[in-house]
Design a protein around this ligand. Sequence first.
Ligand code: MN
Length: 289
Amino acid sequence: MKQVKTIYSPPQGHWVGNGFPVRSLLSYNRMGAENISPFLLLDYAGPATFSRGHERRGVGPHPHRGFETVTMVYAGELEHRDSSGAGGFIGAGDVQWMTAGAGIVHEEFHSSAFTEQGGTLEMVQLWVNLPAQHKSTPAAYQTLLHDEIPVVSLAGQSAQLRVIAGDFQGHRGPAKTFTPINVWDLFIQPGTHIELDVPEGHTALIVALKGTIQINGADVLRDAELASLERSGSGLTLEANNEAHVLLRSGEPIDEPVVGQGPFVMTSHREIQQAISDFQGGKFGELRH
Ligand code: MN
């Protein structure tokens, strides 16, 4: 059995730009990169209600290098644009898997339609590290639309598991990843008990975004708490005490140094200095208006 190692309470929230009231449920600074590798950070935005508005809400052009950002929208709608000239919308149920790799400049805003209508925003942004040998891969996007993400029913119809990345019982998620990773999104009805198999050796992290769950018949998670599990073992059980939304991520650890500064995550201070100087020198490109 994969045992719970540590349970983390969510930290105080902060605003990213003027559009994203987030809590960083996962952070390599706070928890130690080696404990959560290959994951780096997880920001949970909302659920928050926005009134109707006209001004753009979000975060303007900023760079990234050395890792991937995975944006999962549950309510509301985002609009993004980047230095490759690409852009698009991320609506409820959709996922954007962005490989920053060698470098990208992008902006992330609420869509103008969502801003004008107002409503609830709920989303997650997960940062996934790249191994050193892939940190300079060209920047790229994968748009994973709601309809392309397989949904597996468990415990009769009492739980639904969306396979965003990796594999669950032979169902492949659409995301292409550089290292073995599972991202499973679970919606569980009250009183439902499910058993899951996570690969031996994987880091595994479970977040209760909504509801209360019990892991392995022992540890209870609620209100955006996060559990990290031992790398050893594979099986685990989840039981929902009420209607629950759970995000489970597992991945093969990348045993390399993690040196990060703001939007750059590399393996040494020298590479961070290089990233800053490349960005300032315009080598990441720019947003065209
Ligand atoms: Mn960004």
